[in-house]
Design a protein around this ligand. Structure first.
Ligand code: UD1
Ligand code: CA
Length: 460
């Protein structure tokens, strides 16, 4: 049976107090609705209909950019006349023979396994409904069952009587029906209710009245079906999402010094025996190989770290590849286009950009290394700066294998330092240095005996 998904995303989200449409507010740096789209895709949905209302252009642009939205069809709901009306906006596209799953753009944490359960329970002659038992069901539609426990309808809070309000089994809003049935039921909805809306929930009674079966499935936990109406709830979902990610990592074998203090805003993969200290942020695609240790307060974005490498605290690595047995930091900043080869080391307050650190090369302290090719076993002294920018052009610095760059040297690019060359501390190197040469380029030292320091003039 083919499947299409309708995602309701027309709500304005007034309580967000934002000009951004509600469903674009992020969980883990991605719009809430993108998480829902991900789930739809994991179910191999043939078509994904996004029903939008407010901020349509912003929404479309953001979603196409974020999801390269070939499989997304945007359907406008000009007036928000209710959830049933919203789903009905997709009716002209829905095929009779396909199953249609209704999801919500502001309910981002529903597990794919839960939705699969719903797909499994749905009978041929009827529909599937995701329900949840809530200790405090206030505000939710209640699932009405008859004496034989058969679902016969849903009653909204505002339309419910005393007895019905006691029902703890609630409608999550997520449901599944065959296209032909759904379209027929939606076409016959009325808005004769307490809110004057076309309720999607009324299709349950319509289904029952045709003697068709309503089968229910349930999420593993409430958080899966919670929506975010304001930023407090959004933050709650973010934490729940992060904890879920943290648990996945721990199950995959990583040690998290505190699973409540990690943020994964992308895809983080880990090898064996990885240890991550507190307050680290992972963005984009990050791969940590075996035995990697990441110290506290690190930010890693789109990078890979090889076996046995250590990223010490307060380091930032972005779009870089760090090989095996390397060490970085504390307080290092590794910028895009950097490659560190095996056994190389950068220490505190070292910034690197578009630079290759050769095998076993070291820059222990306080350096800027940009647009550089640094050979193997090179030693970069403290305070070394590659002067890669003349105000207009960026130029390269090439340092041969085994070279020793004395502390506080400026290497004015374009410049090449030969293999095994030595640069005296404090040099400004603007000309190439050959293999095995020593280059010293600094003012000569003068010592003046009995130097009288300036003294304060007491009369003024
Ligand atoms: C709905 C259900 C209720 C369920 C609850 C779960 C109905 C009538 N009620 O109630 O049974 O317990 O969700 O959270 O379905 N939307 C549109 N267009 C509209 C109206 C709504 O796109 O015209 C979207 C909203 O943006 C929102 C979602 O549909 O994302 C749910 O709408 P909302 O008005 O919040 O429904 P509830 O009253 O919460
Ligand atoms: Ca709601």
């Amino acid at each position: 049976m083919s499947l299409s998904v309708v995602i309701l995303a027309a709500g304005k989200g007034t309580r967000m107090r934002s000009s951004l449409p509600k469903v674009l507010h992020p969980i883990a740096d991605r719009p809430m609705v993108s998480h829902v789209i991900d789930s739809a895709r994991k179910l191999n949905a043939e078509n994904i209909y996004v029903v939008y209302g407010f901020g349509g252009d912003v929404l479309k642009e953001a979603l196409i950019k974020e999801n390269n939205g070939d499989d997304l069809t945007f359907v406008e709901q000009i007036e928000q006349l209710g959830t049933g009306h919203a789903v009905d906006m997709a009716s002209p596209f829905v095929k009779d023979g396909e199953d249609v799953l209704v999801l919500y753009g502001d309910v981002p944490l529903t597990k794919v396994s839960t939705l699969e359960r719903l797909l499994t329970v749905k009978p041929d002659n009827g529909m599937g409904l995701l329900t949840v038992n809530l200790a405090d069901p206030k505000g939710y539609g209640r699932i009405v069952r008859d004496s034989s426990n058969t679902v016969i309808g849903i009653i909204e809070q505002k339309d419910a009587n005393e007895e019905q309000l006691k029902i703890k089994e609630c409608n999550t809003g997520i449901l599944l029906a065959k296209g032909v049935d759904l379209k027929r039921w939606l076409a016959n909805l009325s808005n004769d209710n307490a809110q004057g809306e076309y309720y999607l929930t009324d299709i349950i009674a319509a289904c029952h009245s045709e003697d068709k079966i309503i089968a229910t499935a349930h999420p593993d936990s409430e958080i899966e079906v919670e929506g975010a109406n304001n930023r407090v709830q959004l933050a709650g979902l973010e934490r729940a999402f992060q904890l879920r990610k943290a648990e996945e990592l721990m199950i995959a074998g990583a040690t998290l010094r505190d699973p409540a203090r990690i943020d994964i805003r992308g895809e983080l993969t880990v090898g064996e025996e990885v240890v991550i200290d507190v307050n680290c942020i992972f963005e984009g695609k990050v791969a940590l190989a075996n035995n990697v240790i990441v110290g506290a307060n690190c930010i890693l974005k789109n990078c890979s770290i090889g076996d046995n490498s250590v990223i010490k605290s307060n380091s930032i690595i972005e779009e870089a590849d760090i090989a095996n047995q390397c060490s970085v930091g504390p307080f290092a900043r590794i910028r895009p286009g950097t490659t560190m080869l095996t056994n190389s080391h950068v220490g505190n307050f070292v910034e690197m950009k578009k630079t290759t650190m050769g095998e076993g090369a070291k820059a222990g302290h306080l350096s800027y290394l940009g647009d550089s090719e640094i050979g193997s076993k090179v030693n970069i002294g403290a305070g070394t700066i590659t002067c890669n920018y003349d105000g207009v052009n960026k130029s390269k610095t090439i340092i041969g294998d085994g070279a020793f760059i004395g502390s506080n040297s400026s290497l004015v690019a374009p410049v090449t330092i030969g293999k095994m060359a030595t640069i005296g501390a404090g040099s400004v190197i603007a000309k190439n240095v050959g293999d095995d040469e020593l280059a010293v380029a600094r003012g000569k030292q003068r010592n003046i005996a009995n130097w009288q320091r300036p003294v304060k003039n007491k009369s003024t």
